[in-house]
Design a protein around this ligand. Sequence first.
Ligand code: C5P
Length: 326
Amino acid sequence: MPTVRSFAKINLGLAIGPARPDGFHALRTVYQTIGLNDIITVTARKGSGIEIRSADARVPTDATNTCHKVVERALHSLRTSARVTIEIEKRLPVQGGLGGASANAVATLIALERALKKTLPQEERLRIAAEVGSDLPVFLVGGTVLGIDRGQVVYPLPDLPSMPCVIALPAVGVSTPKAFADWDELMTGQDAGGGKLTDSGGSDRIERFGHALSAWLSGISGASARSRGRAENPLLDLVRTGIENDFERVVFPQYPELRDIKGVLERAGALYASLSGSGSALYGLYRTRMAAERAARKLKGFGVTAQVTSTVTRAQYWKRLQVSSS
Ligand code: C5P
């Protein structure tokens, strides 16, 4: 009965480009896995059918669940059949912005392979994950990851050292498709009104994000070669490139309390604070665990649910993923 941890992610910056003919948006983001996790157990027996169990009533147990979609595709790809049971122990908040459902689906794929004692080539895993959702493939890499295209094309980046992190969980839900639609409207308005955009729908933004990231990457590889021991934290260097989450520009005006929460995280000493994905989760990165705990207490004082965790590097991700295989 393979049991695995399903870690969440945050987005260190997210630039939205123009809407594409397929309805998706081009984007650029840096994903970072974090320590908050659910627990997924998969069993595979003779027969057929997929059963999902969870004590959390908010978890769909039918074919709409991303775990279900991944298992269907994986069995097909492995040319095998089995009666598969997926147990989802929800510890993560069922909250937008942290990729919880996507992480569950990838953890299910990993546990399924172990249950069947069969493996898919990584390329095939990535294909299945990308087909089920834009946010899934990052969880086949872990650590610090560049996401391009619609977010599903992922490249491992040099890992940033693990950092204390506060996740704020406001009690509002944000619809991702609506946030994208609001972004399109904002861009159209700017085009017509201020004429600030020089191209259709902001492809300059994703280009700028690419340049900033490329400069950062050249910097950290150059710095490590030239001046090892420079006290600088590569994460601080990344933040100083000015990467932002574009969703803040459409989500904050609609939910001003989210902007206030970002302010609390910043005033509590965050090195960087941001909305994660389209929200409503926000996060702050802190120099020390104590600072993170202080920030979480401040948020709780304002009645906002908050959890202290830390970012998870690629090595930690794969080491901690496995709970048991008995
Ligand atoms: O891929 P995923 O199922 O997570 O996407 C959910 C919805 O978010 C899509 O149907 C689309 O409306 C929107 N989306 C988008 N551009 C992206 C990713 C998602 O417009 N790059």
